[in-house]
Ligand binder design. Structure first.
Ligand SMILES: *[C@@H]1O[C@H](CO)[C@@H](O)[C@H](O)[C@H]1NC(C)=O
Ligand SMILES: *[C@@H]1O[C@H](CO)[C@@H](O)[C@H](O)[C@H]1NC(C)=O
Ligand SMILES: *[C@@H]1O[C@H](CO)[C@@H](O)[C@H](O)[C@H]1NC(C)=O
Ligand SMILES: *[C@@H]1O[C@H](CO)[C@@H](O)[C@H](O)[C@H]1NC(C)=O
Length: 442
């Protein structure tokens, strides 16, 4: 499985070798582009680029050199080359703006998720402490993970592999992760087959993700597309995300996140949470998701919190959401519990949810059109629905379920189909819930 066929044109290999030789006397071979930027090729740092040899050392050496150049620098992974790289940390601070130009293929070691726990990294490409950084290119970042739960017909998912890895346990690696980084752009590249989350931003800000394609089998467990945590000022747009878990997952500490023109197919849709696990504090605010197309998914747009916990989710807008064959297009679940089968006890606290708007959510569902399950302790307030039109998918199994609305207050206007969001009453009416005072304000 390791030694998959490597197709590198001999000419490319030769060019690589020549560049490599030429580089020996002066490792930091720098070619000025017409733009005036400095370009360093990883081939100049001894990368074998054969898709089999570990090029991590060459990549790190090239990174260190590029990071020191005192002007805008491009670190190039050229097209028609395949770079297998073991887990690495590529860290700053760098002297100036750095661009990682991925035109070739960057490969993770196959099956990292089945490595023994002691050797298994938390992430494969770990970008840290960068300020003003871009990854772009026409290339692919391939996690080479065999994550599918079962065999599937190649017609359904051509890229899907079939071996099952039940023996792997514990945390699996995230493929590409940014930590403590600001003004980061990720664009045009394709990221596929991660053992777990594909692209993660943690404790970062000023993030732009644009024209990115993420793909993994729909039945690959826990393979979030994009995961945000403690990250603010984020723009994710014009991207296609297909995976086995949340398309975009927004966790505590995130604010001012804009998602626009995103296709999620397949997966679990756009998801805020689960928040408040183990009575923790969670603060999420100011999210907009517009022009979102969710297909063949478990959820469309969802907010999930555990019983217990403090903090809030505030000011969230979902607009122009088109769903097709989505089990539950609109969901707020304040009774979230992923402890396989066991029910989580109800608690007196909950992360408060307030100010959530659904505008023009249309399409087909296969299970339940709307599920607003808010907690008894802290009902949801300021929930608004305008023009929500959902009908059963032709493929819906025999029984669909009526909408649920529990302890959710707000207003519905425009066309609402199917009717039945009865508890969404005007919050200034008699039904305004008496919420307990929060002992923490985000
Ligand atoms: C989006 O990315 C693809 C793949 O890299 C590229 O071919 C295309 O030109 C990009 N589109 C835009 C508008 O940049
Ligand atoms: C990010 O970029 C903006 C605009 O280019 C700049 O004003 C800001 O200081 C940068 N952020 C950081 C943390 O450097
Ligand atoms: C809600 O969030 C959006 C997106 O960040 C922001 O533009 C808007 O000003 C916020 N509204 C309020 C009332 O805070
Ligand atoms: C928690 O509360 C909800 C709503 O009142 C109820 O439907 C559910 O059965 C309760 N769960 C448990 C485990 O008691």
């Amino acid at each position: 499985m390791w030694s998959s066929v490597v197709v590198v044109p001999p000419a490319a290999l030769l060019a690589g070798a020549l560049l490599c030789l030429a580089a020996l006397p002066a490792p930091a071979v720098a070619a000025a582009r017409p733009t005036g930027r400095t370009t360093l090729s990883v081939l100049s740092f001894g990368a074998a680029a054969d898709g089999v040899t570990d090029d991590a050392e060459a990549l790190v050496a090239a990174w260190r050199a590029a990071c020191r150049v005192p002007r805008a620098t491009v670190l190039l992974l050229p097209s028609r080359h395949r770079f297998l790289v073991s887990p690495v940390t590529l860290q700053g601070p760098c002297s100036t703006r750095l661009t990682l130009q991925v035109d070739g293929t960057l490969l993770a070691p196959p099956d990292m998720d089945s490595w023994p726990k002691s050797r298994r990294p938390l992430q494969w490409l770990n970008f840290k402490w960068l300020n003003g950084f871009t990854i772009q290119g026409a290339g692919t970042v391939d996690g080479q993970s065999i994550t599918s739960l079962q065999d599937s017909s190649p017609a359904d998912a051509p890229h899907q592999r079939s071996t099952v890895h039940w023996h792997s346990s514990g945390a699996k690696p995230t493929l590409v992760r940014f930590y403590g980084s600001f003004n980061v752009t990720v664009r045009n590249i394709r990221i596929s087959n991660s053992p777990q989350c594909h692209l993660k931003f943690d404790s970062s800000g000023g993030i732009k993700v644009k024209n990115v394609t993420i793909s993994s089998p729909g039945d690959s467990p826990n393979t979030d597309g994009i995961h945000l945590q403690n990250t603010r000022d984020v723009e994710i747009r014009s991207s296609r995300i297909g995976c086995g878990d949340d398309c975009v997952s927004i966790q505590t500490g995130c604010s001012n996140v804009h998602m626009k023109n995103i296709v999620c197919n397949p997966g679990h849709g756009i998801s805020v949470g689960g928040l408040g696990k183990d009575n923790s504090l969670a603060c999420v605010s100011d999210l907009v998701a517009e022009n979102i197309n969710v297909q063949n998914a478990l959820y469309g747009v969802r907010i999930k919190t555990w019983q217990g916990g403090v903090g809030s989710v505030r000011n969230v807008t979902f607009s122009n959401v088109r769903v097709a064959n989505v089990a539950t297009p609109i969901a707020i679940d304040q009774f979230y519990c992923d402890r396989g089968g066991a029910r989580c006890a109800n608690r007196t606290g909950a992360v408060a949810i307030t100010g959530v708007a659904y505008r023009r959510v249309v399409g087909t569902y296969s299970f339940q059109p709307v599920r607003l399950a808010c907690s008894d302790a802290r009902p949801c307030t300021g929930v608004s629905m305008v023009d929500v039109r959902l009908s059963p998918a032709a493929s819906a199994p025999a029984g669909t379920v009526a909408p649920l609305c529990w302890n959710s207050y707000g207003e519905a206007s425009g066309t609402i189909e199917p009717l039945g969001v009865g508890c969404l009453q005007r919050s200034n009416g008699y039904a305004m819930p008496l919420t307990q005072p929060s002992n923490y304000t985000c």
